[in-house]
Design a protein around this ligand. Structure first.
Ligand SMILES: Nc1ncnc2c1ncn2[C@@H]1O[C@H](COP(=O)(O)OP(=O)(O)OP(=O)(O)O)[C@@H](O)[C@H]1O
Ligand SMILES: Cc1ncc(CO)c(N)n1
Ligand SMILES: [Mg+2]
Length: 771
């Protein structure tokens, strides 16, 4: 029996350095150098290794289990062992058995010949780490939705794994890393000298077998690997020269990416350096700007361009690079071949880890921003980039083709470009027509990441290209993968475009609202008590005491009497906020991106489990059998009926069913359970009501949903007649309980009701706050 505590390292393995040096054990090699596997593990962990995989190719199940338990004990007894991930190779059953025996096991690693990663994930416990061995980008892509990290190899031919495939070399590892959004740990014949080079091509760590197990001093060997890992720069100075960037996924997340924009100006603040600085700030970076050209322009068009001497451009560039280390560079309007040459020369000397080139040629207004004879120079300049962000017209110029008129044509042009140059392309579809304004990342190895966004009916599109490229550079510079970075930038920009017109700036193509998201989050972060609940009087004697002056509006599920009617009126402001939220409007229109919906759904699954328990508590405390039955059957419905829909939708859309609840979900759930268990019954039922009542209202607001609506099946649950009947019954219970309650309890119940409404608003909104 293992003495190790069942206390998973859970979130720790997501640390940037978790996989730096990953020891994979081999009992034969340990034995040959006179040591047990647990002793080898202890020595490695004492030296600073923080990930261990127990591998026992030849052992039978029982022997393997013994070895895992012994390693778990060794970890429990070694300083640093608590923070060390313990992964079991191949055998899910052994991992489960070890956990059943009380050992802390954190996950499982499987190969291509084991069960498919998605199946393995279904068998694992929540929060388990799943690693998958891959040898090519296609395998990485298949494993990515299910795994937490990838083992990439073999790097060189190795004797420890006789069944291994042809070695990948540094280039092969780089290709898989570049195509993968997950941390990629290189494995297979890695010596100390190769370690920093693997880090430089994008590996998140090195997995070592013989280099440590067969070494006479495993502790010293571990130290040597760790030192070699740390000696490598986070980003490879040579990568840019090779025209390849280090994949963002493998870089540790930087605290504050320092991002330089090299672009023209817009005195009305909507495009160029002004837009770039706002976008970099909004995306979480420190923004800097070098001005290539002074542009007299506004929302209606360009009036004049003044180009400062090249020598002065060089002076600006040197002033930045002499003093500040850069995590990302974004270029915009470069205007002339001379400027392109000067910026190119500076980039030769100061290769940033991330270079986003927005090949600005023509403004939204139709004015030229790049000399006609500089197109060839821009084409060559683009090859320096990590990624370029042309609009469809610019993509056509770069690829010598006619402008694409469909997304498929634009993607085909981008593919050709990416394959030929090795530089990724973000295909922007703002200039096309149709309901979608999606962005797509098209990489040199054929990989694409599509981020859906709805086309917005607005004139506020001045500077959208500048803003997207700057936000993208910032998120890539912070260490995000291409898919993550483009996802964040697209969602943020979509909100900025949708709210741009409210700024009332200019009469032409107005600027986007770069700060909209920040303002929304600032409001959400306000720690003061929620005002709607604050407004309830200390005692509530009469229905008019709550929400005086608010005129009633119709509820899809009508109030059951004067008290619930008063609650409905008091909730009007927060109800309006929910109805206008970008999540709910996007959901009802069907324009919400799938990733946000999947996040919402997984939180809702977690929520329902808690809500079912809050309802069960109310059943226990109900004053009558009829009320107990109402809450008990609603509880059973949540636990069984509704959660099933979550599972089937997520599975059908290949989205992971992640039932870990986030802080917003947790806050709401425990608020409900707390009131259900510990507050007067009237307070508990008032707290539980908004979940039913506001959902019914959202369903009614949705109206008839077309059969091809992407979230039609989901919205139908809001309109479910059984749920409506339960809501009507619940309203009767709350009305009755309020009628009988004391004035003090009634006020508490109203506050709990309004606070629950606010929780509902936060709950919807959380899906659009990620990142
Ligand atoms: N009406 C719109 N609705 C939604 N998204 C839009 C709209 N117009 C542009 N976008 C988004 O803004 C980004 C840039 O758009 P676009 O393709 O127009 O680039 P651009 O022409 O380079 O912009 P700029 O005018 O700043 O140079 C894209 O991600 C696009 O999807
Ligand atoms: C300076 C500058 N860069 C880019 C654009 C593209 O909109 C613009 N209008 N102005
Ligand atoms: Mg543009």
């Amino acid at each position: 029996m293992s003495g190790a505590k069942q206390d998973p390292v859970a979130d720790q393995p997501r640390d940037a350095d978790r996989w730096a040096v990953y020891l994979v054990t081999d009992a034969n090699q340990c034995a040959a150098s006179g040591r047990s596997v647990p002793d080898t593990v202890s020595a490695a962990v004492a030296a600073g290794v923080r990930a261990i995989q127990v591998r026992a190719k030849d052992a039978h199940g029982g022997g393997f289990l013994e070895e895992v338990l012994a390693v778990a004990d060794a970890l429990a007894a070694t300083p640093g062992g608590q923070d060390t991930a313990l992964i079991v190779n191949d055998r899910i059953d052994v991992a489960l058995a070890a956990r059943a025996a009380g050992a802390r096991v954190d996950g499982v690693h499987v190969g291509q010949s084991d069960l498919p990663a998605g199946r393995v994930r279904e068998m694992l416990w929540p929060g388990a780490i799943l690693g998958v061995s891959v040898g090519e980008p296609a395998e990485a892509a298949a494993a990515a939705p299910h795994a937490d990290y990838l083992g990439v190899g073999p790097v060189v031919d190795t004797a420890t794994k006789p069944d291994a495939r042809a070695s990948l070399g540094l280039g092969g590892v780089a290709a898989v890393c570049a195509a993968s959004p997950l941390p990629c740990v290189a494995i297979g014949g890695i010596d100390v000298a190769a370690t920093p080079r693997l880090r430089a091509v994008g590996a998140a760590g090195v997995a070592i077998v013989s280099g440590i197990c067969a070494h006479p001093d495993p502790g010293a060997a571990s130290t040597a690997y760790l030192d070699a890992w740390r000696s490598a720069k986070n980003r490879p100075p040579s990568a840019r020269a090779e025209g390849r960037s280090m994949p963002a996924s493998a870089r540790p997340h930087l605290r504050l990416p320092r991002v330089l924009s090299i672009a023209g100006t817009d005195p009305t603040g909507g495009a160029g350096t002004a837009a770039d600085l706002k976008s970099i700030t909004a995306a979480g970076g420190y923004g800097m700007a070098v001005v290539t050209s002074l542009v007299a322009q506004n929302t209606r068009g360009v009036r004049g361009v003044h180009l400062p001497p090249i020598a002065f451009l060089n002076e600006q560039l040197a002033a930045v690079s002499d003093d500040v280390e850069l995590d990302a560079v974004k270029t915009g309007m470069l205007a002339t071949a001379d400027i392109i040459a000067a910026v190119g020369a500076w980039l030769d000397a100061h290769a940033p880890a991330v270079l986003v080139v927005d090949p600005v040629m023509v403004a939204t207004s139709g004015d030229r921003l790049l000399d006609a004879d500089a197109e060839a120079a821009m084409r060559a300049f683009c090859r320096r980039a990590t990624v370029i962000t042309p609009n469809t017209d610019e993509l056509a110029v770069l690829t010598h083709q006619r402008p694409a008129t469909t997304q498929a044509e634009a993607i085909a042009q981008a593919r050709g470009w990416a394959q030929e140059t090795g530089t990724a392309v973000v295909v922007k579809t703002g200039h096309l027509h149709g309901p979608s304004a999606a962005n797509l990342w098209v990489g040199p190895h054929g990989e694409t990441h599509r981020v859906d966004a709805p086309r917005i009916e607005t004139t506020a599109t001045h500077g959208t290209g500048c803003s997207l490229a700057s936000a993208l550079a910032t998120r890539l510079g912070s260490g995000e993968s291409p898919a993550e970075a483009l996802g964040w930038a697209t969602r943020w920009l979509s909100e900025a475009i949708a709210n741009g017109a409210d700024q009332r700036v200019g009469s032409g193509h107005g600027p986007v609202d770069h700060a909209h998201r920040a303002r929304r989050l600032q409001r959400a972060a306000d720690p003061r008590p929620w005002t709607e609940a604050d407004a309830v009087p200390r005692q509530w004697h009469h229905p008019d005491d709550v929400a005086p002056g608010l005129t009633p509006d119709a509820a899809a599920c009508p109030p059951a009497g004067p008290w619930t009617s008063a609650l409905w009126r008091a909730a009007a402001p927060v109800r309006a906020r929910i109805a206008a939220s970008s999540f709910v409007t996007g959901l009802l229109r069907g324009t919400l991106d799938q990733e946000s919906f999947a996040f919402y759904l997984s939180q809702d699954a977690a929520y329902l489990t808690g809500y079912a328990r809050a309802l069960a508590a109310l059943a226990v405390r109900a004053p009558s059998a009829a009320q107990a039955a109402l809450w008990a059957s609603a509880s059973a419905h949540c636990e069984l009926g509704e959660a099933e829909l979550h599972r089937t939708w997520l599975a059908a859309h290949s989205e992971p069913l992640d039932v870990r609840s986030g802080p917003i979900t947790d806050g709401y759930v425990w608020f409900l359970i707390g009131h259900g268990l510990a507050s007067p019954y009237v307070v508990g039922v008032a707290a539980a009501l908004p979940c039913m009542w506001l959902y019914a209202q959202t369903g009614a607001d949705a109206g008839a949903v077309p059969h091809d609506h992407p979230y039609g099946a989901w919205i139908a649950t809001y309109q479910d007649p059984e749920a409506l009947a339960a809501t009507t019954d619940a309203l009767g219970v709350v009305e009755d309980a309020l009628e009988r309650a004391s004035a003090l309890e009634r006020a508490d119940a109203a506050r709990a009701f309004l606070t629950a409404c606010r929780h509902e608003a936060e709950f919807f909104d959380q899906a659009t706050r990620r990142g």
